[in-house]
Design a protein around this ligand. Sequence first.
Ligand code: AMP
Length: 368
Amino acid sequence: MIKLHDKHFKPFLSQAQVQAAVKNVADKIAADYKDETPIFVGVLNGAFMFVADFLKEYQHPCEVSFVKLSSYSGLTSTGIVETLLDIPVNIKGKSVIILEDIIDTGRTLKELVHLFSNTHVKEFKIATLFHKPSVYNGEYKIDYIGMEIPDKFIVGYGLDYNELGRNLKEVYQLNQNTMINLVIFGKPGAGKGTQAEFLKSEYNLKHISTGDVFRYNIKNNTELGQLAKSYMDKGDLVPDEVTIKMLQDEVEKNPQAKGFIFDGFPRTTAQAEALDAFLDSKDMKINATIALEANDEVLINRLLERGKISGRPDDQDENKIRNRFEEYNLKTAPLITYYEGKNKFYSVNGIGEIAEITKRLKAVIETL
Ligand code: AMP
């Protein structure tokens, strides 16, 4: 992912894919024009890189020139097209082939056709490296196309976002963020893990439970597991540096995720701040923190019951459970104010049938 001005862009075409598209155009034109001397007219600024690489692929007699129009401002075509550099002289009787970097709506193309309309050229052809067929108005036939692409804003290889990105060798696509990232919040035993299991399939999200990751590491006796074990066994929180690093690694492992459910994280203000900064660096954000509410007596019973089945040492001893609640009250509860301050805190009654509680959570998520 790269950042240009305020926007993030993700890799779309590699250098090799771009070069293959350039060669594709050059080969097709060569097949038609190798026996005469056409004049290629590049459309500035965007086409300068395409024109340079195109000519290296086109090893037959030809002339080259440029015109300059302007139509893009920011992310969308403004529709206002100006001529900034006029058509070359002495093109009468020649075959002119326009070289465009991209044709999307076709508005610039209309202006180009207009520009060359009374020039008495032998032939007027249009070639473009990239074409967005889904938005093209279809007014003119495009004679040569390097590659058809979807209607996403792209930068790189001559194309810019407010003048940045032209020097990239690859092509990048605007990262339109449609992710949902949720924090499922609550005391131990509130049902975070149980509900996250339902929500992850419902909304196609990746569920990250920090407790589960620690337990997995303890089971496999990793360095991280050894570090976490002494804290977890007592019902204390694992130090922030360790937990934050681990959480970031888990997110990094899932670059394709449509979103995340963070379960058991953040549990301290430092973790919440680190999460916000980390997500921001990836152009992601927390959409909502949803708390499952239940009173301590209900929770203690649930945990002791769970301890009989799961064998979790921290679930089998009421003192350890009470210590976890204390950790929660002291370190985690302040996050309610933290997320309320960002208008992201939602509270849901966590007592009742599992399916009923899932419904309550879904009702909150649907409003996001
Ligand atoms: P859980 O499975 O969420 O109840 O977590 C079990 C234990 O793992 C906690 O009591 C902590 O010792 C440790 N742990 C899990 N998540 C965190 C976190 N975000 N920060 C610190 N320790 C954590």
